[in-house]
Design a protein around this ligand. Structure first.
Ligand SMILES: Nc1ncnc2c1ncn2[C@@H]1O[C@H](COP(=O)(O)OP(=O)(O)OP(=O)(O)O)[C@@H](O)[C@H]1O
Ligand SMILES: [Mg+2]
Length: 243
C-alpha cells in the first residue's frame, strides 16, 4: 500500500543552519503519529514544508502518490491537508462564524448555505456555536484554539497536522481536545501531532518520531521512544533547552 504521505531525503536550510537533514519518513492513511523533539529540532519546519508554507532545499514529498513539493498551502488544503499553527491564527476582527466561512468558501465546491450549516454543526460539536456571532477577538485563548480546530474541519481534511495544540490550555479543555482528536482519527483522518506534552503524545499516538537537530533519531512505539537512549540524551543533554 502506498503511504498517504511519503517524505524522502527532505532537506531544509536557513542560511548556514540545516534545520532538516535528509529526512525520510512515511505516514499511512489513518495513522495517529506523534512528532517530538527538543526546541529547535525542526518539527515546525517539517510541518511548514508538508503544508506548503516553506520550500525545501532538497528531497521529495508525495501525498496520495503524487508529488506535492512547491504546491501552495491553499492547493494542499484543497487536497485534504489541514493544519494548525503553533501561535493560534484567527481573524480577530471577524465573527466566529465568518472565520469558519473564510475557510469554507475558499473551497469552490461549497455553496454559502451549505457551508453555513456545516459551520454551525462543527461549532456546536466544539461548544462554540453560542459564540457564532461574537468577534473572534472576544474568545479566550482556549476557545481560539478550538476555533482553529473547527476551521480545519470545514475543509473535511484527510491529513491534519497539529502544531503544539495544547500549549497554555487548561487540563479540562485539553481532555476535550484529546477526545476530538481521537474522534477525527477514528473517523479515518490521519493525524500528525507535534507536542512537548509527553502525556498527550504517549496517550494518543501509537507511533512517535523524534527529531534532534534536524535528524530523525527514533521512530517507534511510545514504549520504545521512552526507553531510547538517544531520545533521553536529546532531551536531557545540556546542549538543548529542556522542553
Ligand atoms: N523562518 C526561519 N528563518 C530562520 N531560521 C528558522 C526559521 N524557522 C525555523 N528556523 C530555525 O530552524 C530550526 C528549527 O526550528 P523549528 O521551528 O522547526 O523547531 P521546532 O522543533 O518546531 O521547535 P519548538 O519546539 O521550539 O517549536 C531552529 O534552529 C530555528 O531557529
Ligand atoms: Mg515548533
Amino acid at each position: 500500500m502506498t503511504p498517504q504521505l511519503e517524505i524522502s531525503g527532505l532537506t531544509k536550510r536557513f542560511g548556514g543552519l540545516t534545520a532538516l537533514s535528509h529526512i525520510d519518513m512515511a505516514v499511512d492513511g489513518g495513522e495517529m503519529l506523534g512528532l517530538i523533539g527538543p526546541n529547535g529540532s525542526g518539527k515546525t519546519t517539517l510541518l511548514n514544508i508538508v503544508s506548503g508554507y516553506y520550500d525545501a532545499n532538497g528531497g521529495t514529498l508525495s501525498y496520495e502518490g503524487a508529488p506535492i513539493l512547491g504546491r501552495s498551502p491553499h492547493e494542499l488544503a484543497r487536497l485534504g491537508i489541514g493544519r494548525s499553527f503553533q501561535v493560534t491564527k484567527v481573524f480577530r476582527r471577524l465573527s466566529v462564524l465568518d472565520n469558519m466561512m473564510v475557510a469554507g468558501l475558499s473551497d469552490w465546491r461549497a455553496h454559502r448555505k451549505e457551508a453555513e450549516e456545516r459551520a454551525h454543526a462543527i461549532l456546536k460539536d466544539l461548544t462554540l456555536d453560542r459564540l457564532a456571532h461574537a468577534p473572534a477577538s472576544s474568545l479566550s485563548g482556549g476557545q481560539a484554539k478550538l476555533l482553529e480546530f473547527a476551521r480545519i474541519m470545514m475543509l473535511t481534511p484527510k491529513l491534519v497536522l497539529l502544531d503544539e495544540p495544547f500549549g497554555g490550555v487548561h487540563p479540562e479543555l485539553k481532555r476535550f481536545m484529546h477526545d476530538h482528536i481521537r474522534a477525527w482519527n477514528e473517523a479515518g483522518v490521519t493525524i500528525v501531532l507535534i507536542s512537548h506534552d509527553m502525556g498527550s503524545i504517549f496517550g494518543l499516538c501509537r507511533r512517535v518520531v523524534t527529531l534532534s537537530y534536524g535528524d530523525i533519531i527514533c521512530d517507534g512505539t511510545p514504549e520504545e521512544t521512552r526507553n531510547d537512549p538517544a531520545v533521553l540524551d536529546a532531551y536531557l543533554g545540556d546542549h538543548h533547552d529542556a522542553a
